[in-house]
Design a protein around this ligand. Structure first.
Ligand code: SF4
Ligand code: SF4
Length: 356
């Protein structure tokens, strides 16, 4: 039986030990002297209230729990865009992680080195670059944020280890695996290869709508824990009223026989605390209506400040910033939505082709 713990929580006191009690407490995962990577979701440099990144109070509470178990926590992720010290500094500061790191004496990873590794059991990915900060550790605790995702519909536990891949390599994989199913398989290859020992999901304030970077914060009040990312994501789908197989990563996980036979919910069951009004991205309308909707493409709006982030990340060189505004060459665009994901101004809408 696979366990998924779901409890109602708030910032700033998420009560990690109560959450982990049915799993044997933090001491079941961390031994005295272990270096423990807290793998956060640090998609980009956004304030905690935007719900783009793992909330710093969840990270603080997990770090305190790791220390009480005798471990030595540190914080790391590879944000989107170029994996550089400058980008990390900016993201740590704006996400509130720098403050809690200083207050709690927790190191923030600043090493941008990478190593090339074979993935012997990879279905799509047989080799990849992986960030050193993920490899030079004894244990990994992943701290995903509960968010929607315009390409993969939801970004949850099965996708959190994509941050082990250095910045722009992630964008290149969009070009290499442009189809949703292939991309989902690649995500599973990475998550199963560098599988954390424990997943604790910050769903206290999640993101709905046009995630993962441009959606709206939504108060859900959930904190989840499991050792199994597939079980955790199935639980989230049940909480927000989505059929799990509608999520590409979960569909592929089912095909790959990664689904747990049964899930036990020792604290709250999804039906005890489900949220019926959860809004998915406009790329997923068919999940709600049962009808296929026209394919969406990125459209740059007047909110554009010509920062160039979309141009840098586009894996097909389809974006150009000229005359104080970004524009998209649709003949090159593969609709990966990376540009939409990184835009700090929510200046890119996803619209049906005929509305562009
Ligand atoms: S569309 Fe967004 S990311 Fe692209 S240049 Fe404009 S503001 Fe920057
Ligand atoms: S323009 Fe945007 S959606 Fe199109 S390929 Fe580039 S990053 Fe992807």
């Amino acid at each position: 039986m696979t366990i998924v713990c779901i409890q109602k929580s708030t910032y700033p006191s998420p009560e990690i030990e109560r959450l982990l009690a049915p799993l044997g407490g933090m001491a079941s995962f961390v031994e005295k002297g272990d270096r423990v990577l807290l793998k956060v979701n640090l998609l980009s440099a956004r304030e905690p209230e935007k719900a783009v990144t793992t909330h710093p109070e969840v990270v603080r509470a997990v770090a305190q729990s790791v220390k009480e178990a005798g471990g030595i926590p540190y914080i790391g992720d590879s944000p989107s865009g170029k994996f550089s010290e400058r980008a990390l500094r900016k993201a740590y500061k704006r996400s509130g992680l720098e403050d809690i790191a200083n207050e709690e004496g927790i190191p923030l990873n600043r090493d941008t080195g990478t190593r090339r590794l074979d993935i012997p059991d990879g279905v799509r990915l047989k080799q990849t670059s992986v960030c050193n900060f993920v490899l030079e550790t004894d244990k990994i605790i992943a701290l995903p944020k509960l968010k929607t995702h315009s390409l993969q519909y939801m970004t949850l536990a099965c996708k959190i280890m994509y941050g082990a891949i250095p910045g722009l390599t992630k964008a290149k994989y969009h070009a290499q695996f442009p189809r949703r199913a292939a991309f989902a398989d690649m995500l599973l290859d990475i998550t199963m290869f560098i599988k954390p020992g424990l997943f604790i999901m910050d769903g206290i304030v999640g993101m709905q709508g046009q995630g993962p970077g441009s959606g709206d914060p939504v108060n859900l009040g959930w904190l989840l824990a499991s050792t199994d990312p597939v079980a955790m994501d199935i639980a989230v789908c049940r909480l927000v009223g989505i059929e799990p197989v509608a999520i590409p990563a979960l569909k592929r996980a089912k095909v790959r026989k990664l689904w747990p036979e049964d899930i036990e919910y020792p604290i709250l069951a999804p039906e005890d605390t489900a949220y019926q009004e959860f809004k998915l991205p406009n790329t997923t309308d068919y999940l709600l209506t049962g009808k296929k909707t026209p394919k969406k493409s990125p459209m740059v709006t007047e909110k554009c400040i010509a920062c160039g982030d979309c141009e840098e990340i586009c894996p097909k060189d389809a974006v150009q910033v000229k005359d104080d505004r970004a524009s998209v060459d649709y003949s090159k665009c593969i609709r990966c939505f990376c540009c939409h994901e990184v835009c700090p101004e929510k200046a890119i809408d996803l619209v049906a082709a005929k509305k562009r």
